[in-house]
Design a protein around this ligand. Structure first.
Ligand code: FO1
Length: 309
């Protein structure tokens, strides 16, 4: 069964890892948000892409979900001693990724090619595609501070400013990367991982051609919210800031234009009827992933649903 997963950061990477345990490597394509990407210390940083690749490679930091396992922080310590900006933590092993990616990009290679080369080096057999090869920057519009670049809002300001909206700079001129539209069109199902609908899945869906491709596909979303709370990150706070009560129902409504089925947690089973009322199939299960076994179990249940719908 050919599956495409749309993913952002940590939650998306976990389900992508579960799917990778259940499918032959050639059957899984992961399309990753690049709206979080930015330049820092002259280096191109692609946090979601790295989180997905490190997780699939078994190299991810199990505590944070982002960055590398058994990381050392010598460079960061020395940057701090020099009084350099230290709000964004780059570990020593992780820095090698950014240095080498930046070198290859500057030599003229597209991000898609660099990502494929890194995946080969790390032993990731699944296809991991950045959503686009062109720069797209998620800008978070806030009540108190105007528009903030994503990492400035997320890491530096710890998601504190109230959100009023989002803008994906460069999205109109960006082209879905080679393989993105084709893989969605030929997939048996597209899984929207439990990533932030506003800033992780949002930029992918906003790329020219993606929404149309999703409308013609079988799409299954796994909620990133349990009991109105995000498992990780600011998704629930963003809904709240925007005046929408955070819930799995709100996520289903968010994706309503193209969604076939929604997977939600047992805690939220009373929301299933409303979701079904919108013509979206619902499946209730335990969606919290605390162990590698959880990822695999949830992936198996999602794949069973993909076969059914
Ligand atoms: N997240 C943090 O909360 N603090 C950090 O210092 C930080 C550094 C970092 C470095 C490399 C990387 O790939 C990810 C990093 N992240 C950090 C996570 C990142 O900001 C988020 O995962 C995403 O952009 C949201 O999905």
């Amino acid at each position: 069964m050919k599956i495409v997963a749309l993913a952002g950061g940590v939650g998306g990477a976990k389900l992508a890892h579960g799917l990778a345990q259940c499918l032959p490597p050639g059957d899984l394509t992961v399309i990753v948000n690049t709206g979080d990407d930015f330049d820092h210390y002259g280096l191109r940083i692609c946090p979601d892409l790295d989180t997905v690749c490190y997780t699939l490679a078994g190299l991810a930091n199990p505590e944070t979900g982002w960055g590398r396992a058994e990381e050392r922080w010598k460079v960061m310590e020395n940057l701090r001693a020099l009084g350099a900006p230290s709000w964004f933590n780059l570990g020593d092993a992780d820095l090698a990724t950014h240095l080498e990616r930046t070198r290859r990009l500057r030599a003229g290679k597209p991000l898609t090619a660099v990502t494929a080369e890194f995946c080969a080096a790390w032993g990731v057999a699944q296809r991991v595609l950045p959503m686009t090869d062109q720069p797209v920057a998620t800008m978070v519009q806030t009540r108190s501070d105007g528009e903030l670049p994503f990492q400035e809002y997320f890491v530096h300001r710890r998601c504190e400013p109230a959100v009023t909206g989002f803008r994906f700079e460069g999205i109109q001129a960006a082209k879905a990367a080679d393989g993105v539209l084709e893989s969605i069109q030929s997939a048996d199902a597209v899984v929207l991982c439990p990533s932030n609908p506003w800033v992780s899945i949002g930029p992918i869906v906003a790329l020219p051609g993606v929404m149309d491709a999703l409308r013609s596909a079988k799409t299954i979303a796994v909620s990133p919210l349990i009991g109105g709370q995000a498992v990780k990150g600011p998704a629930a706070k963003m809904y709240q800031d925007l005046g929408i009560p955070p819930s799995s129902k709100a996520v289903a409504e968010h994706y309503r234009a193209f969604l076939t089925a929604m997977v939600l947690d047992r805690t939220d089973c009373d929301e299933a009827a409303q979701i079904e009322h919108w013509g979206i199939i619902s499946m209730v299960t335990n969606i919290f992933m605390s162990s590698p076994e959880d990822r695999q179990r949830l992936a198996r249940e999602v794949l069973a649903l993909c076969e059914q719908v």
